[in-house]
Structures are given as C-alpha cells and as structure tokens.
Design a protein around this ligand. Structure first.
Ligand code: UDX
Length: 447
C-alpha cells in the first residue's frame, strides 16, 4: 500500500521504517531540510536501537524515501499519517499548529480520495477538527473530493521503539467508516498476527485512550513516589513494599518503580494536556494535578538531598553524575530528572562531572561549554576529583560498579541513588554512605 508519513520524529520515523519493512511504499515528509538530508544518508538524528539499520534497509529496497515536498507526499499516497509534534503551550494545552499545517497541505494538494490518520497524541476532538478543516478548505475552493480522517494513536516507548512498533500490544483504530477500518486492517496485516490486536472504536475514544494510557502509567509512578516518601518518614523500605504489592496480579510488577521522577517527551506533556482538556470541559482533574505536582517535587529531590547533606554552599564541591537521559537506551534529555539535579547543583555554586552512555552530546547541546560542567568519557572518569556521586538513570553499566574504586575516587564515600540500584546493607558494609529513594532514611534540608 502507499503511505505518506508527515513528521520524522520518533513516531513518524519509526513507523515509516516499520511500514517499509513489511513491504508498503512509504514517503516520509518533514519541513526540516537539514533533517531530511541527514535521513537520506541514513543518519538518524537521535539514538534508537535498530532504527538506523531498518531505515537503511528501507532505502536500499527503494520502499522508503524522504522528502521536504508536501505536495509530493500528499499526491503519492492514499494513506496519509500525521505524526508531527504536539508540544505543550505555556498553559499545558497541546499546540496543534503543526497538525493543522499538515491538514492545510493535504487540503491544498490532494486530487483524489485520501484517508488521513492522526497518529500524533492529540486532544480529544482533533481528528474531527482535522476532517472539518480539510473539508471546509475543499468546499471553499469548490473541489469535490472525499477525505476520511481516522485516529490511530501510537504507544511506542523510546529505547524499544522498533520492537514496540513491530509487535504492538494493541492497534487502536478510531473511525466511523467500515471501509476505512478494512483499509487500516490491510495496512496493519503484518502486525496483527497470532491474535486479534485491532480495536475499532470511535475517534474520540481512540484519542482519549492514548492520554488515559499515559496518565495511568504516570499515576502509578507518582503513587509509588509518594509511597517512597511515606516509607522514608516511617523508616520502611519501599523496595520491600514494591515487591509486596506487585505480587498482587491486580496491581502487577510493571511501572511501580520509585525513582527521581518521570521525564521524556510524553508523560509530563500528556498529563498536563489531559488536565487542561478536562478543565476546558468544566472538570477539575484532581488526580492528574496531584500526579504532576508529585512528579515535580520528586524531580527536585536529588538536588535537595545533596544540599541537605553537603550544605547549601556547594562552591567547593564537585558532584559526579551518572546518567543524563530521562531513561536508559535513549539519548533524550527532555524533562529528564538529571536536569533538575544539575541545575540545582549549579544554583548552589557546585560543579558537575557527568557521564551518560548516549546523552553526553544532548547535554552539551543543552548547556553548551561551561566551566562547571565536565562531560566525561566513562563513569570512572566522572568520579575523578568528585566529592559525591548521584545516579539519575538506571543504565545497565551502572548496576555493578567497582565500589572500591568509587570509594577511592570520591572525597566522601557518598552516593545518592535516584534509581535504587544498590543494596543499602551492602553499602553500609562497604562503608559507603548511601541514600536511595524511599529506603528508610530521610535527609532534612539544611537551613
Ligand atoms: C511513554 C509510554 O510508555 C509510551 O507507551 C508512550 O507512547 C510514550 O510515553 P517513554 O516516554 O518512551 O514512553 O518512556 P517510559 O519507558 O514509559 O518511561 C517514562 C518515564 O517514567 C521515565 O522517566 C522512567 O524513568 C519513568 N518510570 C518508568 C519510573 O520512574 N518508574 C517506573 O516504574 C517506570
């Protein structure tokens, strides 16, 4: 089938590569000429395991191509996927201007029937709005062409985006049209094997399903972070509690890891956008507000702890930071807890020596060259000359470090662990002062 994908970010690019991999002819369009040039050389602008190879395969087989030409992308295909960004505005509402620009291009250039599919995470009602926008534009120009707009949200996770897209746990198709549903079944045939994954529904339910999924996951995390705070207050260990509650299949073990807060391009933005949407419809979303507020507090915790232990004048202190990306297997630092830590340390005059297996480049881009930031080539190098170590991301490389080396390198054998990687009893035996999240020890902020 012929497919055009608008937007070459995470969702668009991965989806384009995956569709080409199963034999669809795919054109991926982006307005960013520099990005398109890089993609034509198979140079993927972010780190995502397996994606570059898949793009190379798609280009070699001539099934995948990239363009900046919206007209070409609209006219070449019957199925047009909108995968552009929906960033949060200052009030938390999703900014739909990129989505509507694509809708305008479709209306301008289409000359035959099109099925348009919104894959970006969009507020409920956007799919209808896109359809109305295109129809109005066509009518005002007296062009009698058929367009049908469906919602088909994406649930991929950064770091495992290719695998998630290849084996989706559900394929949500929001449409009122039996014909479009059949066509979408055709597009997804290769991914709908073993058991039925396609869930047809109306467009608004499809749109809300995406927000509700992310909000539910974010709620689990904030709930656990709140339990971790309570565990600290009552001198319990959240890691025992986590296993204890996870054993109940109604709760489950997934997504109940306490930590230094959720980050990334989706959860923070989508929780706020859903809260905003609820408020627009007259409902005060108290749970979503609490989820967001708890997360903001959690992200500040590591910096607060460093200050509580070392004092609020860090001008003679250097802090080693392991992990900059918001989670492992990505180089993405959007809304990453590490940013709150680093900026907190700086605001109290301290210096940072950081290492991330993939995100050093993103960090340099974010903060530029500065005297109080050393981006190091290894986790060991980050320890050199540092006073204490803080762990922000649970990369595999950080799980079993050489603790004797850590003790030798740090002026204080002091670890703040935002991901609960180590065993407090073992740390005590080794003579390392260790603060995890929710592990029975509370540090009260220094005056
Ligand atoms: C998320 C959703 O999982 C995905 O379905 C959706 O399409 C996009 O948003 P992603 O942002 O890639 O994906 O990251 P995810 O793996 O879900 O992690 C989000 C954040 O939650 C990370 O900062 C992670 O560290 C944190 N997290 C996750 C926890 O703090 N505890 C957990 O138990 C799980």
């Amino acid at each position: 089938m012929n497919i055009s994908i608008f937007g070459s970010g995470y969702v668009g690019l991965v989806q384009a590569a995956i569709f080409a991999d199963v034999g669809h002819r795919v054109i991926c369009m982006d307005v960013d000429a520099g990005r398109v040039d890089r993609l034509r050389d198979c140079d993927v602008p972010f780190f995502e395991p397996g994606l570059a190879q898949m793009i190379r395969n798609g280009m070699d087989s001539k099934l995948l191509s990239f363009t900046t030409d919206a007209k070409e992308a609209v006219q070449a295909s019957d199925y047009l996927f909108i995968c552009v960004g929906t960033p949060a505005g200052s009030d938390g509402a999703a900014d739909l201007s990129y989505v509507m620009q694509v809708a305008s291009s479709i209306a301008r250039y289409m000359s035959s029937r099109k099925v348009v599919i919104t894959k970006s995470t969009v507020p409920v009602g956007t799919t209808d709005q896109v359809e109305a926008h295109i129809n109005e534009a066509l009518q005002s120009q007296g062009r009698n062409l058929q367009v049908e707009v469906a919602s088909n949200p994406e649930f991929l996770k950064e770091g495992s985006a290719v695998a998630d897209c290849q084996s989706p746990d559900r394929i949500i198709i929001g449409t009122g049209s039996a014909r479009v549903l059949e066509e979408m079944r055709g597009i997804y045939r290769a991914f709908n094997r073993n058991h039925e994954k396609i869930m047809p529904m109306d467009t608004r339910s499809a749109e809300l399903t995406k927000y509700a999924s992310n909000a539910m996951l974010a709620t689990k995390i904030s709930f656990m972070n709140e339990m971790a705070t309570i565990a600290e207050a009552v001198r319990a260990d959240i890691e025992h509690v986590r296993r204890g509650i996870g054993a109940d299949p109604r709760i489950g073990y997934h997504f109940i890891y306490p930590g230094c807060g959720y980050g990334g391009s989706c959860f923070p933005k989508d929780v706020r956008a859903l809260k905003h949407l609820a408020e627009q419809h007259g409902h005060r979303a108290t749970i979503l507000t609490a989820v967001h507020d708890t997360n903001q507090r959690q992200k500040n915790k590591l910096a607060e702890r460093v200050m509580a232990r070392l004092g609020s004048d860090l001008s003679d202190k250097t802090i080693a930071v392991w992990g900059l990306s918001f989670k492992p297997n990505t180089d993405d630092m959007r809304e990453a807890p590490s940013r709150y830590l680093i900026e907190g340390i700086w605001s109290y005059g301290g210096r940072v020596r950081a290492f991330d297996p993939q995100a050093n480049g993103a960090c340099r881009e974010l903060y530029g060259e500065r005297g109080d930031l050393a981006l190091c080539g290894s986790k060991e190098e980050a320890l050199q000359g540092a006073d204490a170590l803080v762990i922000c991301t649970e990369w595999k490389a950080f799980w079993s470090p050489d603790f004797e080396l850590i003790k030798r390198e740090l002026s204080l054998p002091l670890i703040f662990d935002g991901r609960n990687l180590y065993n407090p009893a073992q740390m005590e035996e080794l003579g390392i002062e260790y603060y995890g999240i929710g592990r029975g020890l509370t540090l009260v902020a220094a005056a």
